[in-house]
Ligand binder design. Sequence first.
Ligand code: NAD
Length: 256
Amino acid sequence: MPLTGKTALVTGSTSGIGLGIAHVLARAGANIVLNGFGEPAAAIASIARHGVDVVHHPADLADVAQIEALMAFAERQLGPVDILVNNAGIQHVAPVEQFPVESWDKIIALNLSAVFHGTRLVLPGMRERNWGRIVNIASVHGMVGSTGKAAYVAAKHGVVGLTKVVGLETATSNVTCNAICPGFVLTPLVQQQIDARAAAGVDTQQAQRELLAEKQPSQAFVTPQHLGELVLFLCSEAGSQVRGAAWNMDGGWLAQ
Ligand code: NAD
């Protein structure tokens, strides 16, 4: 149990990728702070089955004061945060000239600024204890663009840039900061895009196949479990010299 005694905070972990990552870290022995919207009872119960401590805080990470409250809660409940996975994120698809200003602001606040705030709040404690792992769930859209995703692509490129800076600023310590850049993962965030295509007249299976065929050469989804295992590697001793990286796990998307 390589992470026994460590505390991991995974933002946006009541569903999707965040919950998958929380499972892998809990299986490795870490106590878990969950965050995210929705009824958390099922997520809490499923994590507790790994025999670790688990708590949940519903902070809206688009609000700085709530991020600060989440960090204080985590430390009060389970001790200092050793592993921070900045995962919470949302999407909105529209051409740039029609992009709703409030959606732009919300996506930048959650997908980019919350990563900065979480990082600045956990870093002093990690430095003091001389151990820490910050893993930012960016996206292939941190490396390349796609039409209709102006705010998301801008935010994820920002996350990749921030990761490099934090990776450099912590380079001589036992704190590392890296980004993971997934391709398509079948979660509620991507299901929305499949549903939008299906609403235009194709059946759901066909919509799913078309979405993958456009971008992901493997024509198979990455899974939250796959991503969790990569986070676990970055938390290991073998991962200790991976610093400031943007590591894609994308079924070949970026190889094109
Ligand atoms: P999801 O919609 O399944 O889950 C998002 C989680 O974030 C949920 O727990 C939700 O409650 C929480 N959340 C939403 N708004 C929040 C807010 N304001 N404050 C706190 N929590 C909030 O999404 P997902 O697909 O699991 O995405 C997780 C991360 O992975 C995101 O950063 C996303 O950009 C990234 N990502 C996803 C894919 C994909 O294909 N699904 C690909 C690349 C990157």
